[in-house]
Ligand binder design. Structure first.
Ligand code: FEO
Length: 182
């Protein structure tokens, strides 16, 4: 049975992951409006992955005898001055996600809730990748500065990102090895 303190923190994270998806979808739309379709694709895939994260937490709360509660999701920003500003925001956002994930791990240890501590390790590992991928694009954009050729090359590179359908199983949404709560 999930302790109430953890149920509350994980529910907060369900909603924060959905907000993350909103944010990246908003960035995707902004990039599309700037004709940077590769950046837009990267952000759209990121938005899909955030929903996977939300569903993994959602399923976990329900599987452990708690109840996932959905709340109002605030609207994300809709304007950025440049691709660099958008990716800097994405990177800062991921740092906030990491601190919230680590907070859940801290509570799990304090409450001696080893199942949750085990579950949250998947997210801790994921955050290493999440931070690195956003920071990697920030660093490239800083190198490119105002060089249009460099920007279009990066746009092509980022446009190759595809959603990993194996993640559907992670979220209990079907796909290979599907599981999770009904
Ligand atoms: Fe769900 Fe990007 O962290």
């Amino acid at each position: 049975m999930l302790k109430k303190r953890l149920e509350k923190a994980i529910n907060d994270q369900v909603n924060f992951e959905i907000y993350s998806s909103y944010l990246y979808l908003s960035m995707s739309s902004w990039f599309t409006s700037k004709n940077l379709v590769g950046f837009a694709t990267w952000m759209r895939v990121q938005a899909q992955e955030e929903l996977i994260h939300a569903m993994k937490f959602f399923n976990y709360v329900n599987e452990r005898g708690g109840r996932a509660i959905l709340t109002q999701i605030k609207g994300p920003d809709t304007e950025w001055k440049s691709p660099l500003e958008a990716f800097e925001d994405a990177y800062k956002h991921e740092l906030v996600v990491s601190s919230k994930i680590c907070n859940i791990a801290d509570i799990a240890l304090e409450e001696k809730e080893h199942m949750t501590h085990n579950m949250i390790q998947w997210f801790i590992n994921e955050q290493v990748e999440e931070e690195a991928s956003a920071k990697g694009v920030v660093d490239k954009l800083k190198l490119i500065k105002d060089n249009p050729g460099g920007l279009f090359m990066l746009d092509t590179e980022l446009g190759q990102r595809v959603f990993n359908s194996a993640l559907l199983a992670v979220a209990g949404l079907g796909g290979p090895g599907a599981g999770g709560a009904p």
